[in-house]
Design a protein around this ligand. Structure first.
Ligand code: BG6
Length: 480
């Protein structure tokens, strides 16, 4: 048997992309709630002032807030052992800076957790997944300010205390390293410098100094959260969460190799080096110097980082990219994370290059570096799905994608990697984070909701639903 006996098979979602009910139960506005819909090639907009008549996908999303029982029952039918979801910070602290948490929000997630436990599904909770309270953006430009550490810890204390004994696995910040690129500034960090004018999401004005100082505050907050979790419940396990963008040199030209190594370190390893090893890696000194970035640390920060390393490592994996030093190459068009297209790989309809073997390679690289238990907490194929006349949805392309990635996870386990779980992204269709559209679907479960605003939120099983059920039932042995 390739997969360990207690392997955590499941699926993943995030509150802002599936819950809807954006202003119910005392919820405040998050940074996702001010982003409009968009589509491939047409950026969604950040509108600090909500515009009448504009479509905001997070406001209704797939109505998981009201339908979570139905959805979790479907996950249980597939045999999920784990469900990764996020808590919307703004349901617990609507503006972010209140002294006391909002009871309605705490109760809601208690019900979600209880529903999981009813079926023997382990909750895996992301504490902050692209949903910083917009109130904190307005108050202090969010993670640019050190004040955020206290707001975040108040939030952590409220949920760690309330769900003690029911939850074991927590993740601090989703894809924390998305802030190694400009696209992470608003969604990951809540940073927005113009509070009046709409800005295209894909070309936010960028101030790297803010992003990296913001990351420092997040590292300290994450390390303190790890310590707090362990104090509140010694059985809590707290992980990091990385957007792992597997990077190859485009050719064996040493210039390409060095370029790839530098990119790889800043993009894929900087944040996890801090969160897993407990200190800043020396290679960042040169990067900070060359980019005129100065990190302001408070006394004691280095000790906090050291004392708050994570218990396990998690990441999302969708694609790989190539780096070249050749300026004449089409740099930046490889896929959303930049780079040059890899001639050996095909891309999804959204231009993300599909690379299952890159997952085996990445798992080995990561495990070699940290020797921590690992979970792949996002992976999947965003695709256009179609309901046939007989009502079925044949998503064989998704099955192919997942099969090849699961095979490669099996190979990595054979190589000795301590892989403990797999939660494919968007186990139920939801709103895309990068484009803000419904049309980019990932689920085993189809949701009848469309970008023109029509749809009744009905759920339908796709072909991949029964396939994944069999994969789980056979613990990854039967992938046909
Ligand atoms: C990850 C995020 O970047 O990728 C998710 O953690 C996101 O929130 C997922 O939805 C897939 O990206 P997209 O843009 O296709 O939704």
């Amino acid at each position: 048997m390739k997969f360990p006996e207690n392997f955590l098979w499941g699926g993943a979602t995030a509150a802002n992309q599936c819950e809807g009910a954006w202003d119910e139960g005392g919820k405040g506005i998050s940074v996702s709630d001010i982003c409009t819909g968009g589509k491939f090639g047409q950026s969604k907009m950040i509108t600090p002032v909500l515009q009448e008549g504009t479509f905001y996908p997070s406001h209704e999303a797939i109505d998981h807030y009201h339908r979570f029982k139905e959805d979790i029952a479907l996950f249980a039918e597939m045999g999920f052992k784990v469900y990764r979801f996020s808590i919307a910070w703004t349901r617990i602290f609507p503006n972010g800076d209140e002294a006391e948490p909002n009871e309605a929000g705490l109760r809601h997630y208690e019900e979600v957790i209880d529903e999981c436990l009813k079926y023997g599904i382990e909750p895996l909770i992301t504490i902050s997944h692209y949903e910083v309270p917009f109130g904190l953006t307005k108050k202090c430009n969010s993670w640019v300010s050190r004040e955020m550490i206290d707001y975040f810890l108040n939030y952590c204390r409220a949920i760690f205390t309330r769900y003690k004994g029911k939850v074991k696995y927590w993740l601090t910040f989703n894809e924390i390293n998305s802030s190694s690129a400009p696209m992470g500034a608003l969604l990951n960090q809540g940073i927005l410098n113009d509070l009046e004018q709409p800005t295209p999401f894909m070309s936010q004005p960028d101030i790297p100094q803010q992003r990296y100082q913001g990351l420092h505050h997040m590292f300290v907050a994450s390390a303190l959260a790890v310590q707090l979790a362990h104090e509140i419940d010694p059985d809590y396990k707290v992980g990091n969460m990385m957007l792992y963008a597997c990077t190859y040199p485009f050719t064996c030209d040493p210039d390409d190799v060095l370029k790839a190594q530098r990119h790889n370190r800043v993009m894929n390893y900087f944040c996890s080096d801090v969160q897993c090893r407990g200190y800043y890696p020396s290679y960042m000194n040169r990067f900070f110097e060359e980019n005129n970035i100065h990190i302001e640390k408070a006394d004691g920060d280095d000790e906090i980082l050291k004392a708050g390393t994570v218990d396990f490592y998690t990441f999302s994996y969708y694609m790989s990219s190539c780096q070249t030093a050749d300026p004449t190459k089409n740099n930046g068009e490889g896929n959303i994370i930049g780079g040059v297209p890899n001639p050996y790989l095909k891309a999804s309809d959204w231009g993300w290059q599909i690379d299952p073997k890159g997952l085996c390679y990445s798992l080995n690289e990561i495990y070699d570096r940290y020797q921590l238990p690992i979970m792949v907490v996002e992976n999947g194929l965003g695709a256009y799905d179609k309901i046939e006349e007989d009502g079925t949805i044949d998503d064989s392309y998704r099955i192919d994608y997942l099969r090849q990635h699961i095979e490669q996870m099996g190979e990595a386990i054979k190589d000795g990697v301590d892989l403990i779980g797999y939660t494919p992204w968007g186990c139920i269709d939801l709103v895309s984070a990068s484009t803000g559209e419904y049309a980019k679907r990932y689920g085993f479960i189809y949701v009848e909701k469309y970008d023109d605003g029509t749809g009744n939120f009905n759920r339908r099983k796709k072909k991949s639903f029964d396939w994944y059920k069999k994969v789980i039932a056979t613990n990854g042995e039967d992938l046909d």
